[in-house]
Each structure stands twice: as structure tokens, then as C-alpha cells.
Design a protein around this ligand. Structure first.
Ligand code: RB5
Length: 153
């Protein structure tokens, strides 16, 4: 599985922990889009860096971290084709895959501890979309996106 990962300074330490953790698994091919230190940066820049190639199919999934996870999730969800889910518990992480077919996971370094965050990441990566009635609902999300997206405006 090809995974794009990124963070701002508020999620940098957690992002490094996730990279270290996932690098041990040969099933995962990770590309780290930064940031690469604790200098203050703007989270939309890193959300875009991850979301665009996930939307384009270059990566199967994306993971984004910031202080709360909120900023990166809002920004990533502006990219057509992205369903970014902010998760602070393992139940939501699994459901975001099974029900919502989330293709980006967002986590907040200042909200949850690293142990829970790594469990969330593992469960999210291992869970699959259930399809069926959930497919109809995800299609309705795509319909909204198609109707209201104004690319370039
Ligand atoms: C940075 O201070 C912080 O605002 C950012 O990491 C994130 O929490 C934004 O949503």
C-alpha cells in the first residue's frame, strides 16, 4: 500500500512517530511530504501536498497530522476526491473506512497521545470499505462535490 504522510509543526512529532512505526511494515511504502522540523509552517500547504496525489491515485491513502487534526482535515477535504476523516478513537477510525471510504486519516498531536494515535493508524490502514448501502451514500458525497465544486475559482 502506498501512503503519503505530512504534517505542520503542530503535528510534526506525531508524524515522525507514525513514520517510524509504519516504516517497520514492509507492506507499506511511505512518502513523507514534511514538515521536517518544528519551525512554524502553515498546515494547508502540507494538507495540499498529501491530498493532491492521493486524489490523483498516486497513493492509496494519506495521513495528516497537525495540532488538533482539524486544520489539515478541513484543507484536505477541499481537494476533489478526498474524504479526510479526523479520528480521535479507534471506533471512528474503523468506521471512517468501512462506512465513509475515507482516503485520508487526520490526527491531532495535541489532542491524543502517541499510543492511541498509532492504534488509530493501524486500525485505519487495516480496515476496508464495506460497500453496499455505504457505497450509495459515498456516491451522494461525490454528487455534492460534482455539483458544487468550482475548480480554480
Ligand atoms: C498550529 O499552531 C495549529 O493551529 C495547527 O497545528 C492546527 O491545530 C490547526 O488546525
Amino acid at each position: 500500500m502506498k501512503i503519503a504522510i505530512g504534517s505542520d509543526h503542530g503535528g510534526y512529532i506525531l508524524k515522525e512517530r507514525i513514520v517510524e512505526h509504519l516504516s517497520k511494515n514492509p507492506l507499506y511504502k511511505l512518502k513523507d511530504f514534511g514538515t521536517f522540523d518544528s519551525q512554524s509552517v502553515d498546515y494547508p500547504d502540507f494538507a495540499r501536498e498529501v491530498a493532491v496525489p492521493v486524489s490523483g491515485g498516486e497513493f492509496d491513502r494519506g495521513i495528516l497530522c497537525c495540532g488538533t487534526g482539524i486544520g489539515v482535515s478541513i484543507a484536505a477535504n477541499k481537494v476533489p476526491g478526498i474524504r479526510a476523516a479526523l479520528c480521535g478513537d479507534t471506533f471512528s477510525a474503523r468506521a471512517s473506512r468501512e462506512h465513509n471510504d475515507a482516503n485520508i486519516l487526520c490526527v491531532g498531536e495535541r489532542v491524543i497521545g502517541p499510543g492511541l494515535a498509532l492504534d488509530i493508524v493501524d486500525i485505519w490502514l487495516e480496515s476496508e470499505f464495506s460497500g453496499d448501502r455505504h457505497g450509495r451514500r459515498v456516491q451522494k458525497i461525490k454528487d455534492i462535490e460534482n455539483k458544487y465544486s468550482r475548480e480554480g475559482n
